[in-house]
Each structure stands twice: as structure tokens, then as C-alpha cells.
Design a protein around this ligand. Structure first.
Ligand SMILES: CC(C)(COP(=O)(O)OP(=O)(O)OC[C@H]1O[C@@H](n2cnc3c(N)ncnc32)[C@H](O)[C@@H]1OP(=O)(O)O)[C@@H](O)C(=O)NCCC(=O)NCCSC(=O)CCCC(=O)O
Ligand SMILES: Cc1cc2nc3c(=O)[nH]c(=O)nc-3n(C[C@H](O)[C@H](O)[C@H](O)COP(=O)(O)OP(=O)(O)OC[C@H]3O[C@@H](n4cnc5c(N)ncnc54)[C@H](O)[C@@H]3O)c2cc1C
Length: 671
């Protein structure tokens, strides 16, 4: 930040009052001083670079312009990456964040859901042939799985890929209106190819969903190929710069070798060779789900930075009559709304780091064909994707509402952050559908334990506990709080398993029993996932020292206490917490708010978002919010002319018709 920048005096004071060094926390988050320095260098470089492109602020332009600007910015981004020789995913993510702050872009799936699943599903020969074209953007692609009629239930997909041995081709076909591919990012206007998921039919038998590489547009003219109908699906709740698309295939023929044949194959005569494990087909989704955890947590980190800084600058109302207006951050209710979001921002950040690390550890084993850890990875990534996208989307909205009227302006950057985060509750698996996958794994672990089998260490909380009551006291010892989450998750999982059993004994079949207990199953899976998040946050805090450890432990405690208080019934129902213990929690929560108040601004400063990423009049580092807000308004398209054509076309005739009809007073142009 420029030392000469004029900074709002309230923010200066806040920064002087912090009990810890935010810089140390920044180092912790980004992997040390050198990596932090590099992060700042990279993000500032592209923020300045984007300014030179002459693009306009996202919120001030139409959807078509957002799309066009996104293409322009992406070309600049890739050029910059290549010039700097950037290949590692951390650097790339930081650059993306700075070029597309809380904004989608048409090429978003080129790596995440085109090259990555292709690499997982294609044979070595196919990779040698097509990967270079993908990496050099000769092929721009997406992942076309969801159809109008089916997104969650993949076995219900209707698109067919029927093998014709006489020509050694597959015939891709959309047989019904509901089979039209719908939603894939970048499909509408940008992609010239995609991975299509379709029911593989050979020798008259349907072998289920398989992946095919399909070219949809001419590589030079960009016109759709014969048999392909493709386009943009239209305006959405958000993600406006993305051309999410539709795709209809009318008996489109592709060579046999366009089926991705690493795991399963179709021989020239049409013989089907089975994969070792049909779940490998789902691998691409697991990879994105782990990424979504990070995306959602970054959005909440941004929102909480904006809301806390603004609440330190904004003065409104008095606490003591006549003593002057206070910073709204001094209101207990404001702290009560915002500080749990701050805690959740850190909690989900650590959850994201650990699930990514787990994914990186496990995926080479899966690559080698050792699938032992796959169920755990699936359960955890599905649960965390759902938990964090819910928590973060709700949290961003709390932050927006806590900014009062100005939070409703796009200038705040918060509407953009919200629409982006809430999309993550749906894409890559609707959250209820996904958390039920986590529940399925919990039920499986219960069965395994009942049969005396081993379960992974993370699931040890399900073993019968020695204590049925909590030791929690006013000190709020971390171990006691964690134990409360473990006890709740275990009890809710066992109860759900028991209810399933009861339903079956009453005569329901397994599917009916699953459905009639699914509310309970979802609650158990959420409790398990929350336990995981509470644990990984605690583990991160336990590695910290000194004043940093002190403030982060308080923040962790607030996360834990807040989550217990907001689901109190879960902890009380079997008497694990006594009413006396519960009576400690709300006062403790209030004390924690007070304790964290002096460090709040520094806790968001430590997240280290440059203004270019916040893209917010309210969250600026220097706190000059009113200047920024006014400047934003002056740039409104409606202000380009003083008297609009619409005035002459509609307003003036309307007004005239009214005053003439009602024979109003003398017509005058001045009052
Ligand atoms: C819900 C399920 C999992 C159900 O599948 P199913 O075969 O009918 O399931 P089941 O009988 O319950 O389970 C069969 C078995 O398959 C396992 N399984 C399921 N998924 C995975 C996985 N990813 N990894 C490893 N294992 C997996 C399940 O755990 C089951 O195992 P089990 O039988 O219990 O041993 C599936 O249909 C699904 O994943 N649906 C969600 C669809 C989805 O995520 N679509 C994403 C489209 S792409 C997208 O949105 C990109 C957006 C990106 C952007 O715009 O940025
Ligand atoms: C912004 C965005 C981007 C997307 N990008 C892509 C993309 O790039 N590629 C792609 O292929 N798809 C994409 N999608 C589609 C997305 O993956 C699906 O919308 C998602 O998987 C949900 O499927 P659905 O829309 O069919 O919802 P549905 O399954 O119809 O869900 C409707 C409701 O029914 C409930 N429900 C459904 N099944 C169950 C069940 N078994 N148990 C309990 N409840 C159930 C759901 O929870 C939900 O409340 C995108 C979607 C969005 C919004």
C-alpha cells in the first residue's frame, strides 16, 4: 500500500490498536514472507496490467460488454503467465483472482473441467494427440454433462452415444428436448469442443455414462458443425460474463477414438471392455469440488474484509446520547453479525488448505489404481463443498446486509460476491445431493464398525465414547469444545443409522428408508463436516505462537461457540451439555465479541486482499469510501447525458398527458 495514501483516521487508529502483527498472520496464510512478497508482486502486476487494457468496472457495463472484456482480460492473463513462466497452481490462482475478482469468465473450465477430466479419462495415445491442442488453445472446451432434464441423477442422462461398427464411429444424439445439454460454462459462444457425457450403447446394450471428445465448432470460422445446435442460455442470477450454454446433437458422428478410453474401451467390432472401477468416471467432479471449497472461502474472506473495514469507517448513531456518533463496528449487534463471518472465513480457509492437500496426497494413489482412499476423498470433498458453499454464501449475504444501504449498491462489490458464491451451492453437485453422499459414507462406516471392521482414522469419532456428558466449563478449553462437536456428530450419525434400521424393520425398502430419513441424514452429515472444519481450524491455530496464537484462539473459540449456540438442540437433546453449561455459552460469545473488537480490522487486513481484488468502494484499504461511492455513481451509464432520450420518448408525453387531463395549473418551466 502506498505510504503517502491518505487513510481514514478511524482505520489508522484501528490498525495501531491491534494486539498482534497482521503481517505475521499473512505470512502464515500464504506460506512465509517470500511467498507473500511474490503474491503481492503477482497480484499488483496484473491489477495494473488490467487497468492499462482500458476495461471498465464490471458493475458499470452490460452483459455483452462483460463477456467481451472477460475475453480480453483472459488473453492478457495467459500472456502474462507465459511471459513470467508461471506453471504452479498457487500462482495461477492468485493471478486469476486478481484479474477476475469475484467474476466468472468464459474460459473458466478450460483447465478445471476440460483438460483435467480429459487427462484423467483419456488414454496415453489420446493425450499425446489432443493435449497439446488443448494447452495451446486450438481447442477451447468445457464439460457438457448436465441436461435440461437431469443434472443430479447422472444415470438418468438421455444423450446417447451409439456405436456403429460398420464405420467405426459413435453417433451422438439428443433424442428429446430434455436431453439438450444445458448449463455448461463457456459452451454457448466460446468453446469449439467439449467433453460430452453420454449413455454408451454398443451391440444393443447400454453401458451407462461415458465421456467423449466432441468438436462443436469449426476451428477456423467458429461456425457450429453440422448436426450441432449450440448457444447461450440467457441471463442468469449472476456469472454474467459467462456464456453458459445449450447443446443439441442431431446424430453427430465422431470417430471411435473420440471415446475417452483410459478406463473403459470399445473395440473396433463393438466389444465393450469394462473399467476396473466405474467410479473413476466421476473423478473430474471430485477435483472441482475440492477447488470449490477454496473459491467459496475466498469469497467470504473478501466480503468480510469489505464489511469490517466499512463498519470501522462508517459512523452512525450514538451509544451515549450527546457523546457523538460511533463507528458502527462498536455496536454489539454489528459484531454479533460480522465476527462469526470472520471466524467462518478463516475456518473455511483452513478447511480448503487441508482438503486440497488430501486430494494431492490421494490422487497419485488413485492414478496407480489403488482406490482404497477414494470413498473417503469423495465423502469429504462432497461434504466440504456443500458446507463451505452454504456457509460462505450465507456469510457474504450477512456481510452485505450489515453494510446498510450502500451494501445494496454494486459499488460495494458484495452483490457480485454473493451471486458468485451462491452458484457454488448448485454447480458441481447440488448441495443436498452431495451432503447425502457424505451421509451414505457415514452409514457405511457405522456398518463397518458394527461388524468389527477398521475405519479411517478421521472416522474414529464414531467409536463408542467413554463419556456421555461434557466436561466443558467457563474456561472453554479447546479440547472440550472439539469433543462436543465429535459427540454430536457421532450421536446424530448413530441416530440416523438407527432410524434407517427402524424404517427397514417396519417394511420399507432401502430406498424408501433412505428417503424417509434423509432430513436426519443431512443433519448428521453436516454435523460430521462441521466437526472436521472445527478440527482443522484448531490444528492450524495450535501451530501459532504468541499474540497471534492468542487472537486466533479467540477467533476459533467464537467459531465453535457460535456454531454450538446456533444448533443448541443438537447438544442438549441427549443431555451431553447440561443447561448450566449452556448458560455459559451466550455470555462467553458476547465476551469474545468484545475481546476481538480491537483486532477485527487487522484480522481482515491480514487476509491481504489488494483493492483491485476487493473491487469495492466500501472495503478500500484507505477507507475513503464516500469519494469512491460518488465516483462510482458519476460513472453510471444513466449519467452520460443530462436529459435522456427516454425523457422525450416516454416521460414528457406521460407527464403532459397527465397535467392536461387533469387541467393542472399554468404550465411553467420554473417554479
Ligand atoms: C449424486 C451422484 C454421486 C449419484 O451417483 P450414482 O452413481 O447414482 O450414485 P450412488 O448409487 O449414490 O453411488 C454409487 C457409488 O459411487 C460412489 N461415488 C459417487 N460419486 C463418486 C465420486 N465422485 N468419487 C468416488 N465415488 C463416487 C458412491 O459413493 C457410491 O459408492 P458406494 O456404492 O456407496 O460404495 C452423482 O449422480 C453425481 O455426482 N451427481 C452430481 C452431478 C454433478 O456434480 N454435476 C456436475 C456437473 S459439472 C459442473 O457443474 C461444473 C461447474 C463448474 C463451474 O461452472 O465453475
Ligand atoms: C452456474 C452454473 C454453472 C454450471 N456449470 C455446469 C457445467 O459446466 N457443466 C455441467 O455439466 N453442468 C453445469 N451446471 C449444472 C449443475 O451441475 C446442475 O445444475 C447441478 O448438478 C444440479 O442439478 P439439477 O440442476 O438437475 O438439479 P436437480 O437435480 O433437478 O435439483 C432440484 C432439487 O431437487 C433436489 N434433489 C435432486 N435429487 C435429489 C436426491 N437424490 N435427493 C434429495 N434431493 C434431490 C435437489 O437437492 C434440488 O433441491 C451448472 C449449473 C450452474 C447453476
Amino acid at each position: 500500500m502506498a505510504a503517502t495514501q491518505l487513510v481514514n483516521p478511524d482505520l489508522v487508529k484501528e490498525r495501531q490498536n491491534a494486539a498482534f502483527s497482521p503481517e505475521h498472520l499473512t505470512y502464515f496464510l500464504y506460506g512465509g514472507p517470500e511467498k507473500t512478497k511474490r503474491k503481492r508482486f503477482l497480484q499488483n502486476l496484473v491489477i495494473e496490467g488490467v487497468k492499462k487494457l482500458g476495461v471498465k468496472q464490471y458493475a458499470t457495463v452490460s452483459r455483452e460488454e462483460q463477456y467481451e472484456q472477460a475475453l480480453q482480460k483472459y488473453a492478457y492473463l495467459v500472456d502474462t503467465e507465459r511471459q513470467l513462466g508461471i506453471t504452479n497452481s498457487t500462482d495461477k490462482a492468485l493471478l486469476h483472482e486478481a484479474v477476475f475478482p469475484c467474476e466468472s469468465f468464459p474460459y473458466i473450465l478450460q483447465y478445471a473441467a476440460f483438460i483435467n477430466p480429459f487427462t484423467m479419462l483419456a488414454s496415453e495415445e489420446q493425450k499425446a494427440k489432443w493435449l497439446p491442442l488443448m494447452k495451446n488453445f486450438r481447442l477451447v472446451g468445457t464439460y457438457a454433462q448436465t441436461e435440461m432434464g437431469h443434472g443430479s441423477f447422472l444415470r438418468g442422462l438421455e444423450t446417447t452415444a451409439t456405436y456403429d461398427p460398420s464405420t467405426q464411429e459413435f453417433v451422438l444424439h439428443s433424442p428429446t428436448i430434455s436431453s439438450i445439454k444445458y448449463w455448461p460454462a463457456g459452451l454457448g459462444k466460446t468453446a469449439n469442443a467439449c467433453i460430452v457425457m453420454a449413455q454408451l450403447i454398443t451391440k444393443g446394450h447400454n453401458y451407462g455414462m461415458h465421456a467423449f471428445l466432441l468438436q462443436i465448432r469449426d476451428l477456423d470460422t467458429h461456425q457450429p458443425l453440422s448436426g450441432i445446435t449450440v448457444g447461450d442460455i440467457g441471463s442468469k442470477f449472476g456469472l454474467s460474463a459467462n456464456d453458459n450454454g445449450f447443446l443439441k446433437m442431431d446424430n453427430v458422428r465422431i470417430p471411435r477414438n473420440n471415446m475417452l478410453m483410459r478406463h473403459s474401451r470399445v473395440l473396433p467390432d463393438g466389444t465393450y471392455i469394462e473399467p476396473k472401477n466405474d467410479r473413476l468416471m466421476y473423478g473430474g467432479m471430485t477435483s472441482i469440488r475440492t477447488d470449490v471449497v477454496g473459491v467459496a472461502s475466498r469469497r467470504l474472506c473478501i466480503a468480510v474484509t469489505i464489511a469490517i473495514r466499512y463498519s470501522a469507517v462508517r459512523r452512525q448513531s450514538e451509544i451515549e446520547p450527546g457523546a457523538g456518533e460511533v463507528q458502527v463496528l462498536d455496536f454489539q449487534t454489528q459484531q454479533y453479525r460480522l465476527f462469526p463471518q470472520l471466524a467462518a472465513a478463516y475456518a473455511t480457509t483452513f478447511a480448503s488448505t487441508t482438503i486440497s492437500a488430501f486430494y494431492r496426497t490421494v490422487s497419485p494413489h488413485i492414478e496407480r489404481g489403488d482406490l482404497q482412499e477414494l470413498p473417503m476423498l469423495h465423502a469429504l470433498s462432497a461434504g466440504l463443498k456443500a458446507y463451505t458453499s452454504w456457509t460462505c454464501a450465507d456469510g457474504v449475504e450477512v456481510c452485505r446486509l450489515a453494510c446498510g444501504g450502500h451494501g445494496y449498491s454494486e459499488a460495494s462489490g458484495l452483490p457480485k460476491a454473493y451471486v458468485d458464491t451462491t452458484a457454488a451451492c448448485t454447480y458441481e453437485g447440488e448441495n443436498y445431493v452431495l451432503i447425502l453422499q457424505t451421509a451414505r459414507y457415514l452409514m457405511k462406516c457405522c456398518r463397518m464398525l458394527a461388524e468389527g471392521e477398521q475405519v479411517p482414522e478421521v472416522m474414529d469419532f464414531l467409536r463408542p465414547s467413554t463419556s456421555e456428558t461434557s466436561r466443558l466449563d467457563a474456561r472453554l478449553v479447546m479440547g472440550d469444545l472439539i469433543q462436543a462437536f465429535a459427540h454430536r456428530a457421532a450421536r446424530m450419525t448413530r441416530d440416523a443409522a438407527q432410524s434407517m434400521q427402524t424404517s427397514i424393520v417396519k417394511g420399507e425398502n432401502p430406498g424408501q428408508a433412505w428417503n424417509s430419513n434423509s432430513v436426519q441424514l443431512v443433519a448428521a452429515a453436516k454435523a460430521f463436516t462441521e466437526l472436521h472444519v472445527v478440527r482443522v481450524f484448531a490444528e492450524a491455530v495450535e501451530t501459532m505462537r504468541g499474540s497471534l496464537r492468542h487472537v486466533m484462539e479467540s477467533l476459533w473459540r467464537l467459531f465453535a461457540v457460535n456454531n454450538i449456540v446456533s444448533s443448541l438442540g443438537d447438544f442438549l437433546v441427549d443431555g451431553y451439555l447440561s443447561t448450566q453449561q449452556v448458560s455459559l455459552l451466550e455470555p462467553a460469545q458476547r465476551d469474545l465479541l468484545k475481546e476481538l473488537r480491537p483486532d477485527a480490522v487487522s484480522l481482515v487486513d491480514a487476509l491481504d486482499f489488494p483493492d483491485g481484488v476487493l473491487d469495492s468502494a466500501l472495503g478500500r484499504w484507505d477507507g475513503q469510501v464516500y469519494e469512491a461511492l460518488y465516483d462510482y455513481s458519476l460513472r453510471s451509464k444513466l449519467n452520460e447525458k443530462q436529459v435522456l432520450d427516454a425523457y422525450l420518448k416516454h416521460q414528457r408525453p406521460f407527464m403532459e398527458s397527465q397535467w392536461k387531463k387533469h387541467a393542472a395549473s399554468a404550465v411553467t418551466s420554473r417554479l
